[in-house]
Design a protein around this ligand. Structure first.
Ligand code: ADP
Length: 432
């Protein structure tokens, strides 16, 4: 299947047309500087559709950051789902509105093409209660949805599956710690294929040190900051989300390469930032090994995980007691990419294997989208029609439409719906 994957951010849209059988990217692009009176998400999606025009787009897969407690699987989009994603906006006000803008524009640009949402939170739906619960008033937490959701799920799931394949063992037998270390960073305990712990929580602010986010800190510190004269909610949010982490500690910026260069010159704040970052990751590896009662492999991914040789070495220091032995030469030499996705950097005697995996969230979104879309194509020889059932209506794809209304390419509009491109049709199907 050819799946157009859309990742709509606040000011940019990343798109990739993926051939899911060949696991290959056919077209890729990035539209930047959206909004602020300039181009819109709809313009960017028109660009993505035009760039993909040489191919038939079978389905569209949307990255959606927050699916709340409701969306735990890739979901075929209909107006009801879009409204439910809208309800998740308070959980991710910086992300979900832009994801929704992309969904609306794509539905309008490619009517009739199945559109599927894949949620960053979904892989962590398996977090056990003990791991997802904050120790606060339970009634209040329930009412406000205050619990740990976790993010980067698509990446953690993808690299865990790639790691299992490379190790030649079923995921269901393995206890992995996956480390997505990019500008945003999170760790995940993938126990027998399921996420059982992860470092991001209600928001992506919790957990590891990130490019410009603080990660874990004492909630008392936040209260202390709020009591500072002149402090506001917005100023504290900005401090913790945009002026902390590697950038805040070093004063150099959020790019680890710059910090490494300055640290080599003896710049102490950069050295400290690197030490705090690696210490925090190491702490999580130990904690997650304890949580899972053992550890088979550590998996590095993301811009830092895939490329930062010295950082990988630092993180794994002191973990010999767990059975982790790094092969320094391999660690220094590895390169992973779309052609060579997985490389091992542990020594032959290492009880715990250490892998570096090139993540590919778009490929994973495309594969999940293709699975959902393929489910729609089951028009059996006996005349059975594949349906996806929502609360108040059913979905039909083009093949099912042909089976029910032979010779008809489109339905007949009767009245427009509020969602662009959608309408109430004349045609009726009775589901008995
Ligand atoms: P995002 O989370 O925005 O997708 P990436 O996964 O691309 O980010 O990761 C960006 C981070 O990767 C930056 O901090 C950058 O410094 C780091 N990085 C990329 N290449 C290297 C390298 N060779 N050495 C150290 N850090 C690197």
């Amino acid at each position: 299947m050819k799946v157009l994957v859309l990742n709509s951010g606040s000011s940019s849209l990343k798109y990739k047309l993926v051939d899911t059988e060949a696991r290959r990217t056919l077209v890729a692009g990035l539209a930047e500087r959206l909004g602020r009176g300039g181009r819109t998400h709809a313009d960017a999606i028109a660009e993505a559709v035009a760039a993909s025009a040489a191919h038939r787009v079978d389905a569209v897969g949307h990255r959606v950051v927050h699916g709340g407690a409701r969306f735990v699987h890739p979901t075929l989009l209909d107006p009801e789902c879009v409204a439910a994603i809208e309800e998740c906006v308070p959980l991710a006000p910086a992300h979900n509105p832009h994801n929704l803008a992309g969904i609306r524009a794509a539905c309008a640009a490619l009517p009739g093409v199945p559109q599927v949402a894949v949620f960053d939170t979904a892989f962590h739906a398996t977090l056990p209660r003990r791991a997802r619960t904050y120790a606060i008033d339970g009634v209040l937490a329930e009412r406000l949805g205050l619990r740990r959701y976790g993010f980067h799920g698509t990446s953690h799931a993808f690299v865990a599956a790639e790691a299992a394949r490379a190790l030649g063992r079923p995921l269901e037998e393995l206890r992995l710690v996956t480390l997505h270390l990019g500008n945003g960073a999170s760790a995940c305990a993938v126990e027998r294929g399921s996420s059982t712990e992860t470092s991001m929580g209600l928001t992506p602010l919790e957990g590891l040190v990130m490019g410009s986010r603080c990660g874990d800190l004492d909630p008392g510190l936040v209260l202390r900051l709020l009591r500072e004269p002149g402090a506001s909610l917005d100023s504290v949010e900005e401090l913790l989300g945009s002026r902390s982490g590697l950038a805040g500690l070093s004063g150099v910026g959020n790019d680890l390469r710059d910090l490494e260069a300055r640290a080599a010159e003896g710049h102490d704040p950069s050295r400290l930032a690197i030490a705090v970052f690696s210490h925090r990751v190491r702490k999580y590896i130990g904690a997650y090994a304890a949580v899972m009662g053992g550890l088979d492999a550590v998996v590095f991914t993301g811009g830092i995980g895939q490329n930062a040789v010295a950082m990988r070495r630092r993180i794994l220091q002191r973990l010999e007691f767990l059975g982790v032995v790094l092969d320094e030469a391999r660690n220094a030499a590895v390169r992973v990419d779309e052609a060579q996705r997985v490389a091992e950097v542990s020594a032959p005697e290492s009880r715990v294997r250490v892998l570096v995996v090139a993540t590919d969230e778009e490929l994973r979104i495309a594969e999940l989208t293709a699975e959902v879309a393929a489910g729609l194509h089951r028009v059996g020889a006996d005349g059975a029609v594949g349906l996806a059932v929502s609360r108040a209506h059913v979905h039909l794809d083009a093949a099912s439409l042909q089976a029910l209304f032979p010779g008809r390419e489109r339905l007949t509009p009767r009245a427009p719906l509020s969602q662009p491109g959608l309408f109430l049709a004349e045609e009726r199907v009775d589901v008995l």
